[in-house]
Design a protein around this ligand. Sequence first.
Ligand code: SF4
Length: 197
Amino acid sequence: MRRKIKEFRAICEEARVCTICPDLADKTAVLSELNGSLSPKVFFVGEAPGRAGADRTRRPFTGDKSGENLQILLDSIGLSRDDVFFTSAVMCSPRSATDANRKPTRAEVRNCSSYLRRLIELLDPPVVATLGAVGLDALKLIEPHAFTLKEHAGSIQHWNGRVLVPLYHPSPLVIASQRGLDVQLATFRTLKVVLDN
Ligand code: SF4
């Protein structure tokens, strides 16, 4: 465990000073022991730190509505934040010209995939759960897959020697416009089935 903590901190420090993405050079990666357990039951991959949420609190999925929605989903299956690790396709917060949240570009996701790959290798989680299409697609850069959110949300898959459960992103926009909380609660029940077996 000491070796794991040391290697994890080395990755965090690399990410902290990383300026590979030109448009994110003034942002700091959200990656530290606040991201969760270093021996997680589930390794969650979201999209990117949000302006009002993780980029401000430095703890993924806290401080904003997405975090509140995710907490409801975690509570619904009795999964504690202490037992999981949260990160995202990109670890710095992408912003538009008006300083609003924006989707990360393909280049930004590609740049950050080396951190994602190293974290998965180091923490070696039995289960990876993606939150949204950007997180699911980011895994393709580590090991190719053909899963899509449209066809595979809430299903049990195998990827990179692990169980993969693609889930929807719990953002208020997604919940209001596409995948309501009831649908998301149903997909989280798949995760519970995986964890109970
Ligand atoms: S998003 Fe990732 S690759 Fe890009 S600057 Fe931040 S830490 Fe570096």
